[in-house]
Design a protein around this ligand. Sequence first.
Ligand SMILES: [Zn+2]
Length: 233
Amino acid sequence: MRSVLDFLAGRMNVGIVKQIDKKGAGGMYNSEAAGLSFEEMWARIIACDARYDGLFFTAVKTTRIYCRPSCRSRKPKKQNVTFYMQLDQAETAGYRPCKRCQPEVQHSPWNTFIEQARSFIVAHYREPLLLQDIADHVKLSAYYLERLFKQETNETPRMFLEKVRVDRAAHLLRCSDKTNLEVCYEAGFQTPSNFYKAFKRHHHCSPGEYRNQGTPIVREALPASRKPLGGML
Ligand SMILES: [Zn+2]
């Protein structure tokens, strides 16, 4: 079975490896999963978000250990963290798996399909995705993929897609100067009303309230390719 990284690189023809200056402040990452920046991955591990398990691994320079995003162990210092998209990369770099979250253990034989579906969603959340698109990429029927996804994760692919879009929007609201409308389309929502409803469901406040509640963590330059798509209304 192909790895998630091969899947991303080969099937979807996206540039995912991005080296950055190792002396840069705020930790580092070896590669960037399409759609996830260092700050977004950092936010996911602070939230112990199991829904991103398998999509990237957190390696800690001081302990030489790597973890799943959902690991409940004490959080490392940001500057000591490196993110790897693949388990092999962390192992090759000399990191050992965490005994608590066991990132090297596949919990279910279906994990590969789920991870491929999730990777596809994270890479394509800005597009008007259909269940069939995801099913085609993991080579399962749409019906079976939905059942499997629900059985393994307690949510549907559609619910995960919404979560990814809301996470992206939350990041942009706090870390960019984009207007709420720009954030709406940048995060892949088709209409402002869908955006507001989904955001409120997850954060129990409006996007504007969310932006005003927090101090910006870091202002990131967004990749040039992330321009709003036309024709999505
Ligand atoms: Zn761990």
